[in-house]
Design a protein around this ligand. Structure first.
Ligand code: SF4
Ligand code: MG
Length: 328
C-alpha cells in the first residue's frame, strides 16, 4: 500500500535580495498510519518549510517549490488544482503551530471557534456544533469544558490554549497531524503534558503524526522515528531508540551531548560550536563541515549522500561507520 504521507525529493527556495535561499534541498521522508515521525533541526534547517510545503502555504512569492512530490496515500498533491488540494488538506492533513495565542481569534469564545470547524466543513447546526465542541474540549482534557466553552482565548493559560488548538486540528479527524514546535512556548511540565496528549490522541485515532522540534529531549517518549535536518537536508534518519543508543552522524551526536541530563548534573554541556549556515551561502561539501569536530579535507569538497546503513537507518557522513563504532 502507498504510504500515508510521503515527501519525495522536495526542493524549496526563497528568492531574496541576498540571493536564492535554498531552504529545502532534496528532502524525502514518510509517515505511516499510527506512526510518529519527529523532524529535528535548528532554526533554518528547513523543517518548518517542508511542513509548509506539505500544507501548501509556501508556494507563493518569495517561496517556490522547485521540485519533488508530496504524496498523500500515493497521490501527489503538488500538481492538483488548488480546490482539490484544499479539500485534501482541509479534511485529511491538519497542522498546529507554536504560538497558540496568535492562531486563535481574541474576539470569539473558544467554543465558538471550535464549532466553526463543524459548521463550515460539516454543515452542522449551531447546537450540534456546540455539543461537538464540548466533547472535543473534554477529549483534550480541558477541565469543566461545558462551562468554559464560552470563555475567550485570553482566559486560558498557554497550555490550555495549545489544547484548544489541538482540538481544532483534530476536529475533522485528520489522517495526518503536523505539529510545528507545539510546546516550545510552554514551560517544561506543560510541555510533557502536551506531548502526552498528542501521543494519546495519536494512539486512539491511528493518525500519522509529524512532530517538528529543535529539542531532541522532548521527543524520546513520543516518536517512532527521527529525521535530523540541517541546511535543508536530512543528515540522519533512524528509529528513535537507535538514535539515542548510538547516533550515526556527528551532528546528531552533538545534539545528544547537548541535552541536559539529570544524572550528569554539574557537567558542562558540550553544545555544538558555531551557527547553522546562511541558506544563501550553504558551505561546499558537507554543509556541517565548518562546525564538525570530525571533519577532514574531503568533507569540504565532497557532499556525503544520505546512505542506508544497518537497521533501517540512514546517515549522510563520509565516516558514518566510524561514528557508529565510536572511533569518531
Ligand atoms: Fe563531519 Fe565530514 Fe561527516 Fe560532514 S561528512 S559530518 S564534516 S565527518
Ligand atoms: Mg520553525
Amino acid at each position: 500500500a502507498a504510504p500515508l504521507l510521503e515527501v519525495d525529493d522536495l526542493h524549496v527556495e526563497f528568492r531574496t535580495r541576498e540571493g536564492i535561499a535554498r531552504a529545502v534541498n532534496g528532502v524525502s521522508y514518510r509517515v505511516d498510519d499510527g506512526e510518529t515521525l519527529a523532524v529535528l533541526g535548528e532554526s533554518g534547517s528547513g523543517k518548518s518549510v517542508t511542513a509548509q510545503a506539505i500544507m501548501g502555504i509556501v508556494d507563493s512569492p518569495p517561496g517556490y517549490i522547485t521540485g519533488g512530490a508530496v504524496r498523500f496515500r500515493g497521490r501527489d498533491l503538488l500538481p492538483l488544482p488548488e480546490k482539490e488540494r484544499k479539500q485534501v488538506r482541509g479534511s485529511q492533513i491538519a497542522m498546529i503551530f507554536q504560538d497558540a495565542l496568535s492562531a486563535l481569534n481574541p474576539v470569539f469564545p473558544v467554543g465558538w471557534q471550535i464549532a466553526e470547524m463543524f459548521r463550515v466543513h460539516r454543515g452542522m447546526s449551531r447546537s450540534d456544533a456546540r455539543k461537538r465542541s464540548i466533547e472535543l474540549m473534554d477529549r483534550v482534557h480541558i477541565p469543566a469544558a461545558r462551562e468554559r466553552v464560552r470563555d475567550y482565548p485570553h482566559q486560558f493559560s498557554g497550555g490550555m490554549r495549545q489544547r484548544i488548538m489541538i482540538a481544532m486540528a483534530i476536529a475533522l479527524d485528520p489522517a495526518v497531524l503536523i505539529a510545528d514546535e507545539p510546546t516550545t512556548a510552554l514551560d517544561v511540565t506543560v510541555q510533557a503534558q502536551i506531548m502526552n496528549l498528542l501521543r494519546e490522541l495519536q494512539r486512539d485515532s491511528g493518525m500519522g503524526l509529524i512532530l517538528i522540534t529543535h529539542d531532541l529531549g522532548v521527543v524520546a517518549d513520543v516518536a517512532d522515528r527521527i529525521a535530523v535536518m540541517y541546511a535543508g537536508r536530512i543528515l540522519e534518519q533512524a528509529p528513535v531508540h537507535d538514535i539515542y543508543a548510538s547516533p550515526a552522524h556527528p551532528y546528531t551526536k552533538g545534539l545528544l551531548e547537548s541535552i541536559p541530563r539529570v544524572d550528569l548534573k554539574g557537567h558542562a554541556l558540550a553544545a555544538i560550536q558555531g551557527l547553522p549556515p546562511t541558506l544563501t551561502r550553504i558551505p561546499s561539501g558537507c554543509a556541517f563541515h565548518p562546525r564538525c569536530s570530525a571533519a577532514e579535507a574531503l568533507c569540504t569538497t565532497d557532499r556525503p549522500p544520505l546512505r542506508t546503513v544497518a537497521g533501517g537507518r540512514s546517515s549522510a557522513c563520509h565516516f558514518t561507520e566510524e561514528v557508529l563504532s565510536g572511533v569518531r
